[in-house]
Design a protein around this ligand. Structure first.
Ligand SMILES: C[S@@+](CC[C@H](N)C(=O)[O-])C[C@H]1O[C@@H](n2cnc3c(N)ncnc32)[C@H](O)[C@@H]1O
Length: 337
């Protein structure tokens, strides 16, 4: 029988928040201890500190449970191969941790592109210890913008503030309390062109409420919202994989992701919620990349971008979930665009 402690039975808001706090306070507390150690050794360069603090360096965790957990993830990465640029690629010889770094660059580039030249505030909800916001900065995020890390755990927020104050003096970074179950952005002051993104945190909310999207739309200066979340199995599309466009592989990846989500009671409604809001004219979805990339085949990252429905779209429309335009190729062959 599953218990609240493993997340499967955590159905109410209180149960889910208790489970999440138990899991992530412990993890971010370990990461914080690692950070303090690294700083004590005299490291101050943000790029080095972020690399040294990552979970992929599981050997360095003080907690044996976490060492074992992340060692297993590394083995899984080697076994399952990875998704990159619409292809499923095996891992033969490289250290699987390289793949995490490669795919970081792919994801960060999407966010940096969407920041364009006007965004003056970058907000991450469910920001953990701030790793992804630091990464946006390191990948060329806007210099004169505010970076705001919104997170439920105290250990996550404390670590963000610690690393920002010691290693990122040129970055305007602050952490604030945030809970998806009661979305409140009153910590964001003033009207500034704002990009909001999420990276594997809505995954922790089984049913996201429409009030989250409404609250994002109400942020003064809101420009667009980017989700990098494992919800590809919710998106209908059988053309997201390039050659070989194996229907069997695509079905297999959907099944793996659906099973993992249901087993761990992770998010089951992000894409249908956004689609419904789009149909009602509240938002416009510009990008849906079903299984955009992944280092773990059962928990792949989907890219979804949305914005207000009015005006010119901020970026090109790239949607795996809409009927594909047919293109004619030489030699009489045809394939979807
Ligand atoms: C897998 S971690 C990802 C952290 C971060 N986004 C990153 O990319 O490193 C999931 C994060 O979501 C946070 N989280 C879970 N439930 C939340 C909630 N109800 N409100 C806000 N954050 C939440 C967790 O505390 C944790 O930091």
């Amino acid at each position: 029988m599953a218990t609240v402690s493993d997340g499967r039975m955590a159905c109410t808001r209180e149960e889910r928040v208790t489970f999440v706090k138990g899991q992530y306070e412990r993890l971010w507390d370990n990461v914080c201890q690692r950070g303090e150690e690294i700083l004590k050794q005299g490291e101050t360069d943000l790029a080095r500190v972020v690399q040294l603090m990552r979970r992929e360096r599981w050997q360095d965790f003080p907690d044996p449970y976490l060492r074992e957990k992340y060692k297993k993830k590394e083995e899984e990465r080697r076994r399952s191969g990875f998704l990159y640029d619409r292809r499923h690629l095996p891992v033969y010889d490289v250290d699987p941790r390289v793949i995490v770094k490669m795919l970081d660059a792919v994801k960060m580039q999407e966010i940096v592109n969407l920041c364009g030249s006007d965004v003056k505030r970058v907000v991450e909800t469910g920001s953990g210890w701030g790793k992804t916001l630091f990464n946006v900065w390191l990948h060329g995020g806007p210099r004169d913008a505010e970076y705001r890390a919104l997170e439920i755990t105290e250990a996550g927020r404390k670590t963000t503030e610690l690393i920002a104050s010691r290693c990122a003096p040129g970055m305007d970074m602050k952490a604030h309390f945030f809970d998806y179950f009661e979305s409140d952005f009153s910590c964001l002051k003033g009207d500034k062109p704002t990009l909001v993104y999420t990276h594997h945190s809505i995954e922790q909310v089984p049913q996201l409420g429409e009030n989250f999207v409404d609250a994002v739309l109400a942020i003064p200066g809101f420009r667009c919202c980017v989700h990098l979340e494992p919800v590809g199995w919710q998106v209908p599309s059988t053309s997201w994989l390039r050659r070989p466009r194996s229907r069997r592989t695509m079905r297999h990846i959907d099944d793996l992701n659906r099973k993992f989500t249901l087993k761990h009671n992770q998010n089951q409604n992000l894409y249908p919620l956004l689609l419904d809001m789009e149909r009602r004219g509240k938002i416009r979805i510009t990008v849906v990349r079903k299984h955009f990339c992944s280092t773990l085949l059962h928990n792949t990252t989907t890219l979804i971008v949305w914005e207000r429905p009015e005006g010119e779209p901020r970026s090109a429309i790239r949607r795996d979930d809409l009927p594909q335009r047919r293109m004619w190729w030489p030699f009489g062959a045809s394939r979807a665009a």
